[in-house]
Design a protein around this ligand. Structure first.
Ligand SMILES: [Zn+2]
Length: 458
C-alpha cells in the first residue's frame, strides 16, 4: 500500500547551484560524478529485477504472521551478509496475525452465480453456515445515509467508482462500520481498483469501536457493477457469504536492517527502504518487494563502487505495513533515542515503475537542498519534485511525525491500481529497466543527502 496516490504535478527542475541558504555546497557540481557512476551501475544490468524475482518466486506472498514472510526475511538477511553490508540484523516486531481461510460469495437469487471476492484484512469471519441475506447496493456513504432504513438485516454493498486511491479506499477502511451502524449483517465493497479483469482487491479494513464487527469483503468491479445494475432493474438480490477469516494471537516478525557505515559521522543515519511483507495474494512483487529490493540494491551499489558517504546509509525493510504499519512504529520505538541523528528517511512503496522524482516532507531549507539533489537525475527522467506536508509513505510516517525529514519515490503509476493487492501483483508486471532506474534514483538521493557536509536542516 502507499500512503498517498494523489497525482503530483511533475515539475521540471533546473539546477541552480548554491541557492540554499547557509549551504555552501554546490550539489550539482560536487556530486555529478558520483551520481553518474551510481546511475551507470544501476542501469548497466538487471540485478535488482533478478533479485526481486528470486524473492517473490522463491517465497511467494508474505503476509504478517506467515512462515513465508519469515523465510523470506531469513534469506534477505543471509544475502545482505553475502553482499558485505554491515550490522545486518533482524529487529524484533510483534505483528498482527490475520488469516483469510476459505471464503466465497454466491448470488442465490434471482439466479445462481459465483461472485469473485477477497475478504478484507482484519475482517471477522461468518458463522460456519455463512450469512444469507438480501443485498442493498449503494454508490456512496451519502446514499447509505439516505437509505439507512432499508439496510437493517441486509448485506450492504458499496459500489463506489474509483476516483483516486486516497479517496476511494475509505469505502474499504470505513465502509464495514458504516454499514454495521445502519444494521447491516455483512459488508461488501467494489474493489478499490482503477481497472479490472474480474480481479478482486484486498486491503486492510478497520472497525470502529462504536459499531458491531461484521464480515467484510471486496467483490470484483465487474460483479459489484452487475449487482448494482440488477438492483436498478428492480430485482431482489440474495447472496450467501462464507468467510473463515480470523485473527490469531500476535506473531513474531522482524524489521530487516543493514548498513553501509558512514566514513565521518557514523552515528548519523539516512534510512531508506520498503516493506518486506505483502498481502496473502499474488507475490507482492510491486507492493512492495520492488521497493524493498530497490533500496537494498541502492546501498549495495554504493558499497560496490566504493562510494562511502560521510554518514551511515541504513536500509530498513519494514515488516507488516499492510496489516497495521507495525514495523514502522516498532522501528521508531526501537530507535527513539537516535531519532535526532536520523538525517532523512526514504521509502519506495508505490511500485517500481518509471521513476518521476520525489515527494519530500521537511523544512523549506531542507527542501531546497533535496530539490538540488533531484536535479542530478535528469538522465533517468526523475527530476520531478514536490514539497508535501505529510509523510509521503506509510512506514516512514512514524519517523516524519517525530520530525525526521521524509521522502518518497514517485513513479509513473497509471497501472499500479490495476494490480495492487490482487493475485495479479506478480513479477511480470515489472520492467527490469524501470526497476533499475528506481534503484538509481534512490541511490543518488540517499548518497548525496548522507554525504552533505552540513547535513539536512530540520
Ligand atoms: Zn505497500
Amino acid at each position: 500500500m502507499r500512503r498517498s496516490s494523489l497525482r503530483f504535478a511533475c515539475l521540471l527542475f533546473v539546477a541552480l547551484p548554491g541557492t540554499a541558504e547557509g549551504q555552501a555546497t554546490d550539489i550539482a557540481a560536487t556530486y555529478r560524478a558520483a551520481a553518474d557512476s551510481l546511475i551507470r551501475a544501476a542501469t548497466g544490468d538487471s540485478a535488482a529485477y533478478t533479485r526481486i524475482g528470486r524473492l517473490v518466486d522463491g517465497f511467494g506472498h508474505r503476509i504478517a504472521g506467515s512462515r513465508s514472510l519469515e523465510a523470506a526475511i531469513d534469506w534477505v538477511l543471509a544475502e545482505m551478509k553475502r553482499d558485505g553490508l554491515q550490522n545486518v540484523r533482524g529487529e524484533p516486531v510483534q505483528v498482527t496475525h490475520w488469516v483469510r481461510g476459505e471464503e466465497s460469495a454466491v448470488l442465490t437469487h434471482p439466479r445462481l452465480d459465483t461472485l469473485s471476492l477477497l475478504g478484507l484484512g482484519g475482517s471477522v469471519g461468518t458463522p460456519k453456515g455463512g450469512i444469507t441475506a438480501p443485498v442493498l447496493v449503494v454508490a456512496s456513504f451519502d446514499e447509505l445515509k439516505q437509505r439507512a432504513s432499508e439496510a437493517r438485516g441486509k448485506i450492504v454493498l458499496f459500489d463506489a467508482p474509483f476516483t483516486n486511491y486516497e479517496e476511494t479506499r475509505h469505502y474499504r477502511t470505513s465502509g464495514p462500520s458504516a454499514a454495521a451502524r445502519a444494521g447491516a449483517v455483512a459488508c461488501l465493497i467494489r474493489s478499490v481498483a482503477s481497472s479490472s479483469i474480474d480481479s478482486p482487491h484486498t486491503g486492510r479494513t478497520s472497525y470502529d469501536s462504536t459499531a458491531p464487527r461484521i464480515p467484510a469483503a471486496a467483490l470484483s468491479v465487474e460483479d459489484a457493477m452487475m449487482l448494482h445494475r440488477m438492483q436498478d432493474r428492480g430485482e431482489q438480490l440474495v447472496v450467501t457469504l462464507r468467510m473463515a477469516a480470523r485473527t490469531l494471537p500476535p506473531a513474531r516478525s522482524r524489521n530487516v536492517v543493514a548498513e553501509l557505515v558512514g566514513r565521518e559521522k557514523p552515528d548519523e543515519v539516512v534510512v531508506l527502504g520498503g516493506h518486506i511483507d505483502s498481502w496473502d495474494v499474488g507475490q507482492g512483487a510491486m507492493d512492495d518487494a520492488g521497493g524493498s529490493v530497490a533500496a537494498w540494491e541502492a546501498v549495495r551499489l554504493m558499497k560496490a563502487l566504493g562510494l562511502r558517504p560521510r554518514r551511515t546509509v541504513r536500509v530498513v525493510l519494514w515488516t507488516n505495513e499492510e496489516n497495521g504499519v507495525e514495523g514502522g512504529r516498532a522501528y521508531r520505538d526501537a530507535h527513539a533515542r537516535d531519532l535526532r541523528k536520523h538525517v532523512m528517511a526514504m521509502e519506495s512503496d508505490g511500485g517500481v515503475f518509471q521513476p518521476k522524482g520525489f515527494d519530500f516532507a521537511g523544512s523549506d531549507s531542507a527542501a531546497a537542498l533535496v530539490r538540488q539533489a533531484v536535479g542530478l537525475l535528469g538522465t533517468i527522467g526523475a527530476t520531478g519534485f514536490e514539497h508535501v506536508k505529510e509523510s509521503p509513505e506509510a512506514d516512514i510516517g512514524p519517523l516524519v511525525d517525530e520530525g525526521v525529514p521524509g521522502i518518497g519515490l514517485r513513479v509513473e503509476d497509471s497501472r499500479y491500481f490495476w494490480y495492487h493487492h490482487t493475485n495479479g501483483d506478480t513479477l511480470d508486471k515489472l520492467d527490469p529497466a524501470e526497476v533499475a532506474r528506481c534503484v538509481a534514483a534512490m541511490a543518488v538521493m540517499a548518497y548525496v543527502i548522507a554525504d552533505l557536509p552540513q547535513g539536512l536542516p530540520r
